[in-house]
Design a protein around this ligand. Sequence first.
Ligand code: DC
Length: 225
Amino acid sequence: MKDNNIQIAIDGPASSGKSTIAKLLADKYHLVYVDTGAMYRTLTYLALKNKINIDDEQALTALLKEVNITFKRAKDGQDVFANGEKITKKIREHEVTNNVSVVSSFPNVRKELVRRQQALAKESGVVMDGRDIGTVVLPNADVKIFLIASVEERANRRYLENQKKGIETNFERLKEEIIARDDYDSNRKESPLKQAEDAICVDTTGLSITEVVNKCVELINKKIK
Ligand code: DC
């Protein structure tokens, strides 16, 4: 199998390290990285900005039709654009994070974004991360990885990241928000966060980024060689 045709699906709960690992794997295997969470975040950001009620599925779907979401490789990761406007940082803001679970629970929002995600995967080989990649978006992916880590560890990673960026954070609150988002994402009706039957679970608790990447590379090489 040619390396650049492969599809690698990475799913897992909030802050389990999916995007960090997915980016590194995309570099290693010369694949395009698709951050599907960023697509749901983009719609959430625009809805908040345009004062659209985030409980209004019809209005959200209409807004989405007007938005072209694109990604561009950047020095330290990837930039996200909505109709050409760079919104990489804006979609990570607290308000977006706390509203994105609701926006992503609507069937018509998901239908449209899944359609776009599948179109991207038709264009080239991908490493795609999210919640429903192995179960819904790319059910025939060559490799499916389900990344998990303890809540304590995930909150700690997020806390340190925020500290580095100079954002004051309350650790206990962060933990509660992560638990709440996981709960919402796992229990929604439409494509909930769930490990695909043929996914391999990797527990990253206590592992360094390099250790997780090495584990994933081992799994991927076994599957694609
Ligand atoms: O991975 P993230 O934290 O950037 O994702 C933001 C939210 O988007 C997450 O709370 C659930 C939702 N999401 C989803 O429902 N399906 C995906 N494939 C990716 C993200």
